[in-house]
Design a protein around this ligand. Structure first.
Ligand code: SIN
Length: 299
C-alpha cells in the first residue's frame, strides 16, 4: 500500500484521483495521451438503457472560472457499452472502472444496472440521480429524499457491485437526502453534480444554450462542493467521493480534509486532457509541503 492509496468500498485504489463521468468518455479515448492505468479509476460517460443523442446544440457555454453544459446524457446505450466500449477499454486499462448510470424511471435504473452488473471490469456503479439537463429523470430523483432512497434500494437489490449514489447540489439541505440513500443501502455517496445555471447572449437576447439552462462546473463551484462534501461526510458513515471544480493536487487534499475518501476531477479534463496525470504527479510534493505522510491519515 503506497502513501497515496485509499480504499473505496472495499476496493483499493493506488491513488484517490478519478476522472469524473462525462469528461473522460469511456477512457480508451485518453489512452493515446498517457497511460491511464496511473489513475485510481475513472467514471465512464453517463449510460442509459437506450442510446441517446442528447440535447440540441449549442449545449456548452463558457463562464468565468467554469462552464455550463446541457449535454443531456448522450451515450450509445447500455448494451453497446457492454459489447463495444468495455472491450476497447479492457485493452488499455487493467483496473476496475466505475460505471455511471442514469435513468428516467426506477425500472430503467434497475435494468441498466443489471446489464452492467455482469461485467467483470465494473468495480462500482455510480448511480446518477442528479443530471440537471433532462426532464422527468436524473435530478428529479436526487432532489427528493424518498425518490433517491427508492432508486437506491431497488438498484442495490439488483446488483452485487458497490453502489455509489451521485447527488445534486441543487437542494436546500443535502443531509436528509444523503442519509436516506445510506439508510436504503448505498455503499457510498458522490457529490456534487453541476449547479443549475443559465446565460443570455446580449446580441440575440436569447439563452446561449438551446436547452435554456445547463449545469455549471469548474473552479467556480469548488467552495460549494467542498461545503457539501463536508456536510455529507459528517452526516453519513459510508465513503464520500468529492467532486466539483477540483483542478490541482491541493484541491484534492482540501477535499479529503473535508471528508472525501476519493476525489473526482471533471471540467479540468476538458481544459487540459493531462489534468489527472498532472494532479497524481503533483500529489506527493503537495503532501510533503503540508506535512502529510499518507492520504488515509488526513481524512
Ligand atoms: C449531461 O449529459 O447532461 C451531463 C450529465 C450530468 O450532469 O449528470
Amino acid at each position: 500500500m503506497g502513501r497515496l492509496s485509499v480504499d473505496l468500498c472495499g476496493i483499493e485504489l493506488d491513488n484517490p484521483v478519478i476522472p469524473a463521468s462525462g469528461t473522460f468518455g469511456y477512457g480508451y479515448e485518453f489512452a493515446d495521451l498517457y497511460d491511464i492505468n496511473i489513475l485510481g479509476t475513472f467514471s465512464f460517460k453517463g449510460t442509459t438503457k437506450e442510446p441517446r443523442f442528447g440535447n440540441p446544440t449549442p449545449r456548452i457555454a463558457e463562464c468565468a472560472s467554469g462552464m455550463l453544459n446541457s449535454v443531456g446524457l448522450q451515450n450509445p446505450g447500455a448494451e453497446k457499452v457492454v459489447s463495444e466500449e468495455l472491450p476497447r477499454l479492457k485493452k488499455v486499462f487493467g483496473k476496475k472502472v466505475m460505471a455511471n448510470v442514469s435513468g428516467f424511471s426506477v425500472e430503467e435504473y434497475v435494468e441498466t444496472c443489471r446489464i452492467l452488473d455482469g461485467q467483470e471490469q465494473v468495480g462500482w456503479i455510480e448511480v446518477n440521480v442528479s443530471c440537471p439537463n433532462v426532464h422527468g429523470g436524473g435530478m428529479s430523483f436526487g432532489t427528493d429524499a424518498r425518490a433517491a432512497a427508492e432508486v437506491t434500494a431497488k438498484v442495490k437489490a439488483a446488483t452485487e457491485k458497490p453502489i455509489i449514489i451521485k447527488l445534486s447540489p441543487n437542494v436546500t439541505d443535502i443531509v436528509p437526502i444523503a442519509r436516506a440513500c445510506e439508510d436504503a443501502g448505498a455503499d457510498g455517496i458522490s457529490l456534487i453534480n453541476t449547479l443549475l445555471g443559465m446565460r443570455i447572449d446580449l446580441k440575440t437576447r436569447k439563452p446561449v444554450l438551446k436547452n435554456v439552462t445547463g449545469g455549471l462546473s469548474g473552479p467556480a463551484v469548488f467552495p460549494v462542493a467542498l461545503r457539501m462534501v463536508y456536510q455529507t461526510a459528517k452526516a453519513v458513515k459510508i465513503p464520500v467521493v468529492g467532486m466539483g471544480g477540483v483542478a490541482s493536487a491541493e484541491d484534492v487534499l482540501e477535499m479529503m480534509l473535508a471528508g472525501a475518501t476519493a476525489v473526482e476531477v471533471g471540467a479540468a479534463n476538458l481544459v487540459n486532457p493531462y489534468a489527472c496525470r498532472d494532479i497524481i504527479r503533483d500529489l506527493p510534493a503537495a503532501m510533503d509541503k503540508y506535512g502529510i505522510k499518507t492520504l488515509k491519515e488526513i481524512r
